[in-house]
Unconditional design. Structure first.
Lengths: 286, 176
């Protein structure tokens, strides 16, 4: 067997996946081949480095994961408590003595479920209340932190752990990682309430300068996305990574939003929408 | 309760049974997806999706592997599909493991170097490294999980290691 064939087996050897005869042959070869021996050392050093990285990724599931799974299940599948469900013999007796009452009851249950389903689907299709971003943009150029605070307080905010953001707003699609491109680090995540629908705001900061990402249900089909504006801001269309969006400018700050069927993704920052913002939007608006 | 009994109860919509299966799998599954994707948000979404899919498909569980392994394989494939979609979309993976996220371990710089190197691997190679190094799966188990021949697993890992060595550098050796 040539050296190259032994080199190709080194990976499986490190993994303990070689048969005993192949392992013995490789070990004999390595004892006499400096190149293969050096390669083996490199693989072992790589393994040690990956093992060390592994130690840093020993995380457990967030406590909120089950509740988010349960919500999805509740929407798809009804819950059954087998401890309290009707016993088979009782069901048979009812079925035998009162077939028509049982059928009528079943029809009523189905009809009620359909009615409730229609109500819920109508509510699902309803869009969020219009959002007044003038609370944010007025005063952004003079005191941006006060403007951000005013906005989140107006919309009944609560500070939440980042890993609970998706549970707080399960119908929205977004991401709020600990870090964003261009050196922004996450500072806080808020749950907002826009009428009946929840939203999320995540505040990031770089060298003291904030960047805020807002996520909420689309508020309408107008070009502006239904955001209230008073004509005080420069309003422009924009394209981010081929996706049509819109931006409002006020005193050096830009509020850029991209909307998809489930979520309006808005980012307030001083970043250039052509050169710097796309990397941010790619992360927060997957 | 056997796996078959648990699966049957889950299929009937028994929430307690579903919770029980979730608790058997959640930590391991989330950790796998965190290592595959490199960030907690994607891991959360994929973990949620994996469990929902598992409960939807639980009627197909045939007992050839343990129920926890069956759920785990669903998660591996969800992760792999996610990595493919991310590559097709041309998106960079968000950084993993800042001090805020990870327990004490190697330096932040070293973690980011390894994380960066993993991000540069194609999705199959990254998945193989995660399964081998971090999940300690055998070649046979990986082959069954991914639906690929064992030879593909071996050559894929060989290729992945070569790529990582090229990205990270060979590092120190003990021989002169």
């Amino acid at each position: 067997m040539g050296c190259q064939e032994f080199v190709e087996q080194l990976s499986a050897y490190v993994d303990g996946e070689l048969s005993p005869p192949r392992r013995d042959a490789l070990e004999t070869h390595v004892r006499g081949c400096a190149e293969c021996a050096a390669r083996l050392d490199q693989l072992r050093a790589l393994a040690a480095r990956l093992d060390a990285w592994r130690a840093g990724t020993d995380v457990g599931a967030p406590t909120s994961l089950w509740s988010s799974v349960e919500q999805r299940l509740a929407a798809k599948m009804p819950t059954v408590d087998l401890a309290t469900s009707v016993r088979p013999e009782t069901a048979r007796r009812v079925g035998f003595r009162r077939p028509f009452a049982l059928a009528a009851g079943f029809a009523l249950l189905i009809g009620t479920a359909v009615f409730i389903g229609l109500l819920l689907s109508h509510a699902e299709e309803a869009h969020a209340d219009p959002i007044d971003y003038s609370l944010l943009l007025d005063g952004a150029s003079t005191d941006i932190d006060a403007a951000i605070q005013r906005f989140v307080e107006h919309y009944h905010s609560a500070t939440i752990p980042a890993d609970e953001a998706h549970t707080a707003a399960p119908s929205l699609r977004f991401a709020v990682p600990p870090e964003l491109p261009h050196g922004f680090r996450r500072e806080a995540v808020y749950k907002l309430q826009f009428g009946e629908t929840p939203g999320i705001a995540a505040v990031y900061r770089r060298d003291g300068e904030p960047l805020v990402a807002f996520f909420h249900r689309p508020v309408g089909h107008e070009e502006m996305g239904g955001h209230e504006h008073t004509g005080r801001y420069r309003s422009l269309p924009c394209v981010i990574d081929g996706r049509q969006g819109h931006q409002l400018e006020a005193g050096g700050w830009r509020l850029v939003h991209l909307t998809d069927p489930t979520t309006c993704h808005c980012v307030l920052s001083t970043l250039d929408p052509k050169t710097e913002l796309p990397a941010i939007m790619r992360v927060v608006a997957p | 309760m056997t796996d078959s009994e648990l699966a049957a109860r889950c299929r009937q919509g028994d929430r307690q049974a579903q919770r029980r299966l979730y608790e058997q799998c959640a930590d391991r599954l989330y950790r796998l997806l965190f290592r595959m994707t490199g960030n907690t948000d994607d891991a959360f979404d994929l973990a949620q999706e994996s469990f929902v899919r598992a409960f939807e498909r639980i009627g197909t569980f045939d007992g050839s592997a343990s129920l926890a392994t069956w759920v785990y394989r669903i998660a591996v494939n969800e992760g792999l599909q996610f990595l493919r979609r991310r590559r097709v979309a041309g998106r960079a993976a968000p950084r993993i493991a800042t001090n805020e996220e990870a327990p004490a371990g190697p330096s932040l710089e070293d973690r980011l170097d390894v994380a960066d190197a993993l991000d540069q691997l194609p999705e199959l190679e990254r998945t193989l490294i995660v399964l081998r190094y971090f999940e300690e799966r055998s070649y046979a188990d990986m082959a069954e999980t991914l639906g690929k021949p064992p030879g593909t697993i071996a050559s894929g890992l060989n290729r992945a290691r070569q790529m990582l060595l090229e990205i990270l550098g060979p590092g120190p050796t003990t021989r002169s």
